[in-house]
Ligand binder design. Structure first.
Ligand SMILES: [Mg+2]
Length: 228
């Protein structure tokens, strides 16, 4: 078995903010950064609501370049401390135990996030989450500087990182939003009616997919995945 997992609101609490907005809401960065970030948001947010992922990918790249310009990575630890005090970016209960269990059972985890790589890596350190060669992160790095034309990971284009394996792997996708399941769709095909009315308030049963909603803890997820 292999797990492909989202990060925001899947490994963090359902009320946590995204990694992008954690930087913005820290109020650590100069007014020029905030103004430019707002300008990019105003210009591009409609692409996200329309599901135009190539434009969202470009927008994310421009925002990464802006973050690079303001040396945001120098302050990732401070951002995380502010988020901890405000309770806006916290690990889900049972995350530690879940990761330990996967490591001990030899179940690799690939985190596929349209968030910020550096923040996720520091989050791992801050909360002393287990590290192992079987846990990898694919997200959007601020460093080195983003190059125009290079795609970033957008919420609805996560499936692009998935390349089918030659041997038929048993893959479980966990996440909290439809975009996360584009990977499951790439693997298992469009589940059609089964996904209509998909509720994220509970663990849903669909082969290869676990949705984590507000009312579901890692404890339930662990039991479900690890009993296999
Ligand atoms: Mg999420």
């Amino acid at each position: 078995m292999k797990i492909i997992a989202d990060f925001s609101k899947t490994f963090t609490t359902p009320t946590s903010k995204s990694t992008w907005s954690s930087f913005y809401n820290s109020w650590l960065f100069p007014a020029e950064y905030m103004t430019e970030r707002d300008r990019l948001y105003e210009l591009n947010y409609h692409y996200e609501t329309a599901g135009n992922w190539s434009e969202v990918s470009r927008w994310f790249g421009e925002h990464l370049a802006l973050m690079h310009r303001f040396e945001v990575t120098e302050h990732v630890r401070e951002v995380l401390d502010i988020c901890e005090s405000a309770g806006t970016l916290l690990p889900r209960e049972w995350l530690h135990e879940f990761l330990d269990a996967c490591i001990s059972r030899g179940i690799p985890i690939q985190i596929v996030s349209s968030g910020i790589t550096e923040l996720i890596e520091w989050f791992w350190q801050k909360y002393d989450l287990p590290r192992h060669e079987s846990i990898s992160i694919v997200a959007n790095p601020i460093e080195p500087v983003w190059i125009p034309g290079v795609p970033t990971l957008a919420p609805g284009s996560k499936f692009e990182v998935y390349t089918p394996d030659t041997d038929s792997e048993d893959i479980v996708v966990i996440g909290d939003a439809h975009g996360d399941f584009s990977i499951a769709w790439a693997i298992y095909g469009w589940p059609g009616a089964k996904f209509r009315g998909f509720s994220f308030s509970d663990v849903e049963a669909y082969p290869g997919v676990v949705a984590l909603g507000k009312n579901v803890g890692m404890e339930t997820l662990s039991a479900r995945i690890l009993r296999s």
